[in-house]
Design a protein around this ligand. Sequence first.
Ligand code: 7PM
Length: 277
Amino acid sequence: MSFMTFGDKSLDLSRPHVMGILNVTPDSFSDGGSYSSLDDALAKTERMILDGASFIDVGGESTRPGALPVSVEEEMDRVLPVVEAIKARFDTIISVDTSTPSVMSESARLGAGLINDVRALEREGALQAAANTGLPVCLMHMRGSPSTMQDNVVYDSVVEEVSAYLMARVAVCEAVGIGRDKLILDPGVGFGKSLPHNLALLNHTVDFRRKGFPVLIGLSRKTMIGEVLNVPVDERLYGTMGANAATYSQGARLFRVHDVKPHVDMLELMYRIEREV
Ligand code: 7PM
């Protein structure tokens, strides 16, 4: 069996795991009047853990297409109190969705178990900061930057390019002491890709698996689902589940989603059928 250690917890990555998305950007705070943003984040965290999430992915930078950069100070102020509060109250693996070296270091110090970087540790200082934490890292492929990534996207062969990029980042990680046993690969659905690119990448999930790394897929409610089904963001759950199921069949085992319970149930059935137990 294939275990990976995330801080003080270890997971069997031969079975599926759900990563619940926790956005801590100001626009994501559902203010009902009485909640603070921290209470709101903790309530959502508790719900996702009860629903069966293995990870809570805390993100303080909006990487939405066209989004503007957030300062290091601002990102630290959004993310660190949430990491600290989750760690104090819940027994879960905290993943930090960040490209910022100081957020990586400080989150690790507060008990985070995984660094999830949409820039695959390309920011100045990120490689060393991540290596120093000793934590596993999810390396995601992105073409360009969030502000411009959806402008005029062209690839010769998207699967080959994304694969070559991720393997180059694996080599760089190994060179600074982040062993292969600590790396997770993610093709980066929607990050500088058109619909045909996203479909090709998902249909080649097995190619990424064959490189010998666990594969994480993040497509929850994304534009590609909306483009296929012509539905707004609040009607993308069924499409999201179908696409995630397709990648499970090709070996993906980590699923970053907003809707935890539907995915935990769906993936449990897929796993049990595969095992016949
Ligand atoms: C606003 C708009 C907030 C878009 C967040 C987003 C991925 C990720 C994101 C992914 C990994 C979203 C994105 N997407 N990390 N972080 N893989 N590893 O749609 O696909 O969730 S942020």
